[in-house]
Ligand binder design. Structure first.
Ligand code: HEM
Length: 182
């Protein structure tokens, strides 16, 4: 997986512009300030779902670790790490892999990210932040979500190819045929 190429593709698809990046970096301190409150909303949302709550509490100290990693992740959407370059794209890819390993399915990720967008939207309004910042944040949340989702496809496809020795073309044909019969 060429993570930077994927990042560039998503930037184009979402029209994530230099203006979006600049408004995010100039609000990076504010992002860090509200990150803890956003983490509270995020984990109370996950905690209200029976399946997700079980995952969150499956191991000792997981919730605590997760709050910290969430705050870090949230702040990085504003800083862009390395101007949304290779470092950023690798970190987003890695987050996807972690969720695949734990077995968290895409069906949980979309509403979870929607919660972030919703809560941050309320906060932006409350604090009189601009529509441009809201737009930029919405785009970067969707880029991050696309990374996590894509890692499912990449990880499962490469696992099947490795285990079976099939070619990518054969696998694709089998999936297409399978979908036709559904
Ligand atoms: C789409 C929104 C989500 C974001 C942005 C997010 C963010 C993160 C980040 C940054 C990490 C740390 C990755 C690392 O260690 O490198 C992580 C790990 C994890 N996430 Fe998420 N996550 C999301 C959705 C979910 C959902 C829906 C669940 C379901 C319960 C979940 C549960 C976990 C768990 C269990 C870990 C591993 C914690 C550990 O270290 O034991 N996440 N997540």
């Amino acid at each position: 997986m060429d993570t930077l190429a994927f990042m560039n593709k998503l930037e184009n698809r979402f029209s994530f512009t230099p203006e979006d990046k600049s408004i995010l970096t100039s609000n990076a301190d504010w992002g860090l300030e509200i990150a803890s409150e956003m983490a509270d909303h995020f984990y109370s949302y996950l905690g209200r779902d029976e399946e997700m709550n079980a995952i969150l509490n499956a191991t000792e100290g997981r919730i605590h670790r997760l709050r910290e990693t969430f705050i870090h992740w949230f702040h990085e959407m504003f800083t862009g790490i390395d101007d949304w370059g290779i470092g950023y794209s690798k970190s987003r890819w890695q987050i996807g892999i972690v969720h695949v390993k734990i077995g968290i399915q895409p069906q949980h990720l979309v509403p979870a990210m929607a919660t972030v967008v919703h809560e941050v939207g309320k906060k932006l309004k409350l604090e009189g932040k601009s529509e441009e910042l809201k737009e930029a944040l919405g785009k970067i949340c969707m880029i991050d979500l696309a990374f996590i989702e894509q890692s499912y496809v990449e990880v499962s496809t490469s696992a099947v190819l490795r285990e079976t020795g099939w070619s990518a073309v054969l696998f694709k044909r089998l999936v297409t045929h399978g979908a036709e019969s559904m």
